[in-house]
Design a binder for this molecule. Structure first.
Ligand SMILES: *Cc1c(COP(=O)(O)O)cnc(C)c1O
Length: 393
């Protein structure tokens, strides 16, 4: 769906807009040109997802039955063997680890996060440590790091495995795939020791081919966010993988009375995710990419002439859709990433852009959440703040 096909922002009672709800609370809305970051409210749910949530609210159902059926449906939509729904990709990481430790054993499932006497170590490459990795520790597990900050070899990964290992973690995320053991080999090593390969690929959609790629490369469980570019409910995630591991994961997940009980996902959210995912996989990715490119080229053209600034359009492993990447070069004398991003969030038209991902020398403009009519404002505000900063302000 293109941004211009988005319906109006009217929600709830006729005549009530999101902006009005915020105004009543004295909270200023933002223009989101920084991508589906949770603190900046994720992504805009597809209209089909909102409609499905409304429709599902009229009906009651046994949640176990719904989750099993929804899992089958997701598997068929994405071309996986099995799948289930989690509370964000984060909730998926928690139950991946819990599945690796409990493997469907009802006694262990109920006593987690107490892992006394059972293998509870998760091997993770040092370079794959990241801000959300503690989710993997929720079920009473602990990390054993392989390699160091400069990288990891297959031998180092294998050497970190012991009789106390429950699983091997693999991260697919921007700026995390250099000098590491790649997923196919991580999986091979894990499997040679009878262990599952647990993958976090939360933000790696698009490209849509990733929905199959990581499982076909050998991952037993892969987590994706449902609330990023899939544009399902913000609180949802997809966990896909091998049938036995998906079933172990489902058994430790809410609504069961386990350590993951706090991670419940409602019937409305489940229905919303299914609807969003169906639409997501049907979108013509080439046309979508071309549209994002055009939008970002407009931003690039606007900024191109500022002294000390290099700006380019980037779309690769590290940039899931075309981004306008603004770089502060050695000849730049003004403030850099974080400060420019802070200034963009001031004033009447607050613009959120990505900063800090690769140090302080870059900011990124991400088109995913830019709504109809906002692109011009984004380009103007970024240009304005950079010009002021270049002039020494
Ligand atoms: C976004 C992200 C998460 C969290 O996903 P949610 O769906 O917001 O819970 C976890 N891991 C990585 C690598 C991410 O990018």
């Amino acid at each position: 769906m293109t941004a211009t096909e988005n319906p109006s922002t009217k929600t709830g009672k006729p005549g009530t807009t999101g902006a009005e709800i915020l105004e009543r609370l004295s909270v200023t809305p933002i223009i989101n040109a920084g991508g589906p970051n949770t603190k900046h409210s994720g992504s805009r749910p597809r209209q089909v997802a909102m409609d499905a949530m409304q429709a599902m609210s009229e009906t009651f159902v046994n949640i176990d039955e719904l989750l099993i059926a929804a899992g089958k449906e997701i598997a068929s939509i994405v071309g996986a063997e099995a799948a289930t729904v989690t509370s964000g990709a984060s909730g998926g990481l928690v139950i991946q680890a819990a599945a690796a430790v409990s493997k469907g054993d009802p006694e262990i499932i109920l006593r987690l996060p107490d892992t006394a006497g059972i293998p509870n170590e998760l091997v993770i490459q040092k370079r794959h440590r990241f801000i959300y990795d503690h989710l993997y520790l929720t079920p009473g597990t602990r990390f054993v790091e392989a390699g160091d900050d400069s990288g990891c070899t297959p031998e180092q990964l294998e050497a970190a495995i012991s009789p106390n290992t429950a699983g091997v973690i693999h991260l697919e995320s921007p700026f995390k795939n250099l000098d590491v053991v790649q997923l196919p080999q991580s999986a091979e090593i894990a499997h040679a020791h009878g262990l599952p390969l647990l993958a976090d690929a939360a933000s790696m959609l698009p490209p849509r081919e990733n929905l199959q790629k990581f499982t076909s490369e050998g991952a037993d469980l892969v987590s994706f966010s449902g609330g990023k570019a899939v544009r399902g409910p913000q609180s949802t995630g997809l966990l896909i993988g091998k049938p036995e591991w998906v079933e172990y994961a489902r058994l430790v997940n809410a609504p069961n009375p386990t350590m993951a009980r706090s991670q419940k996902v409602s019937k409305e959210e489940i229905a919303g995710l299914l609807a969003a995912l169906r639409e997501f996989v049907e979108v013509d990715e080439e046309a979508e990419t071309a549209r994002y490119k055009r939008d970002m080229e407009m931003v690039v053209d606007r900024i191109t002439e500022i002294p000390g600034i290099a700006v380019s359009l980037e779309h690769n492993y590290d940039h899931y859709i075309p981004h306008a990447v603004v770089r502060f070069t050695d000849s730049w004398r003004g403030p850099e990433g974080a400060e420019i991003a802070r200034r963009l969030m001031l004033g009447e038209q607050r613009v959120y852009v990505t900063s800090g991902y690769t140090g302080d020398r870059e900011i990124w403009v991400d088109p995913l959440n830019i709504q109809p009519g906002e692109l011009e404002t984004v380009a103007r505000r970024v240009h304005e703040e950079l010009m002021k900063a270049a002039g020494g302000e």
